[in-house]
Ligand binder design. Sequence first.
Ligand code: HEC
Length: 191
Amino acid sequence: MTMPMRRAALVPGTLLLSPLLLAAASEQPFAPTYTTDGLIVPPTGYREWVYLSSGLDMSYSERAGNAGHSMFDNVFVDPAAWAAFKRTGHWPDKTTFVLELRAASSQGSILKKGQYQASEVMGMELHVRDDARGGWGFYGVEGGKPAKRLPKSEACYACHEQHGAVDTTFTQFYPTARPIAEQAGSFHAGD
Ligand code: HEC
């Protein structure tokens, strides 16, 4: 009589455990991957990463840009990098940032005023720290296809190195990240 009872008592325990194990298995930390010819494979799940900020019509020159069309940029970072950043104030090896561009729309649904982000992704750029590949690298992604690391001569490197407040990133514009770096002493106030 005791055996069947004990087995019955085990069953609920087993049922509880397995979803937990499954969840743990699906939360592997992200690391950038490359094709055999060295192109980076753009991350697909970045919309479930840590959201840092959205810029609206940010421009680095005095020129009037975009001919009347507004554009949002959304910045995401992979969760493992964010966890390390919170501890140290620095972005660790394998940090992957995604900058996603979306057109601003002022017409739709009940809208009378203001702007929202249209569904179509207009562009995507990556900023990835991979110490085995020479440190921080920039990539322009087109159509979700694997992308080539941009050469050092590209303007991305000079601007980010000179003006990025933390480890060549623009952490000064990410409101939840900025105070962490300031407190950790990794924040370089510049212009
Ligand atoms: C003249 C300065 C300048 C140049 C040139 C520039 N960026 Fe940036 N970049 C910025 C600023 C400012 C931000 C912050 C955007 C925000 O707050 O939404 C940024 C943010 C980013 C981010 C988000 C992660 C981070 O590092 O903060 C990526 C990815 C990125 N840029 C990619 C590129 C790529 C790729 C190029 C070259 C093709 C490039 N950038 C050229 C100024 C620059």
